[in-house]
Design a binder for this molecule. Sequence first.
Ligand code: ATP
Ligand code: MG
Length: 520
Amino acid sequence: MIEFESVSKTFAGGTHAVQDLSLTIPSDKITVIVGPSGCGKTTTLRMVNRMLEPSSGRITWDGSPLKSRRKTTLRRQMGYVIQSGGLFPHRTVLENIGTVPGLLGWGKDKTRKRSLELLSNVGLDRAMADRYPAQLSGGQQQRVGVARALAADPLVMLMDEPFSAVDPVVRAELHEFFLGLQREISKTIVLITHDIDEAIKLGDQVAILRVGGRLAQAGPPQELLDEPADAFVEGFVGRDRGYRSLSFLPAAGLSLDEVAVVREATSGPGEGPTLVLDGDARPVGWVDEGRPGLVHPMGATFVRESDNLRAALDSALTSPYALAVAIDPETGRYAGVVPADAILAQVTTQRSGSPESVTLQAAEAREQQSTEAQAAVTSAYAQLDDAAEGDVTDGPARDEPAGTQPSGEPADEARTTTDEPAVVQELGPGGATAADIEAAPDAGRDETREDEAPAGEAPADETPATETPVDETPASQPSEDEQPTSVRGVPVVDEPTAEPPRSAIYTQPRSLPDEPRKLR
Ligand SMILES: Nc1ncnc2c1ncn2[C@@H]1O[C@H](COP(=O)(O)OP(=O)(O)OP(=O)(O)O)[C@@H](O)[C@H]1O
Ligand SMILES: [Mg+2]
């Protein structure tokens, strides 16, 4: 647990970047700090790895003051993803990622293997390994920064807007990777973002700062949405907070209905909603009743097993018939539909029920889902087969036992995950982190932006007036004891993972089920 106790930070010139901040950052959880530009988020983060020292107040880690810990040791235990990348411009992508393992004296092969693994994990092509940062887009540079911070498996991750420069699809992939990794290895993470949606999705705890670095409210995301402390928080979480709060209600309790399905919208206008599926039974759109032969493109779909009611309602709202379309998490195949009013009824049920009964309800629903979803898909196949034989497309479902695959259909694409390599294993307290980058002999030479320059030792009697120039000086000549001397708990990676799929918005929306499994 990292604890801020009445911490303030005033810079030379009198800027009060952080004022009287008291905040507990629980171990093994994700704490997200959000707030408007200039409210002191980066300053707060940099006080955690002692790149900056508080002007007053104190910060403790597991009970002992940060001040009592050696900076270099501290930084080896804390990976740091610098706002806007902060890569070494004269090192290749792979060399950047392998910086800390290199400092720790890992062998060349092991460092390369680990770096390639992480490159793949953050969704970058292997061909980028030998490029220099200037040859990457901003979003690609950010991902290299995330990989670099993860390289030596730190105890704490400090992440300053790590996903701000990537597009929404890649960002969603990185979120899944990040959450999957966190489920696996449970680190203490402090993540900064401007994006309240990202905060709600990733944070176990969200802290909202107002300008001047004052804490407006901290708590679980649902609490912030349901009970904003004041108008500032209410404004920050947005006017649609009721809709956002649906993110916390599981879709698992929804019952799936059936709808007529066809393979091609060649026929005339049907009677009622008719869904068009592709050759693999994945939904591609709706038969457009007004324009025979045309397909109304598929809006959002959802996965009942893992999505929430926000995703389900969004799916219904993007359908011309207000029907949410559920897909199978493994195959992306059509699984059934849910009317918007049934989703709203579920919202009422879940909100009025106790958390326990909702959880129980969701668990019971999950029990039935596999069979039910399979039956819906089987039914869809039956209708398609009927259609292929020239029958009506919305006829009654063929009565097949659950689990039956229609002949001639592709085999189930479910993957097993048991033989997949662990990405990261725990490092002992002596492990190095990307913060060692700051202690690297050539870090000062490579670093170009003063505000992200490596930290040197601050004088004991540091005051706000003298802090900036001293504390921000690159450690171009680290002392003997700053050099890493041991290698412990080296992460073991057997096989690099394959390059993840990129853009399957309609066939594998939202959950991108293949990607997180590969990474765990
Ligand atoms: N080294 C410095 N010297 C003087 N003032 C600084 C320094 N670093 C930051 N500040 C000021 O402190 C305040 C908080 O800055 P900080 O970088 O922590 O904000 P932020 O919340 O991270 O903003 P953003 O969202 O734009 O990244 C700002 O007014 C900034 O100008
Ligand atoms: Mg910042």
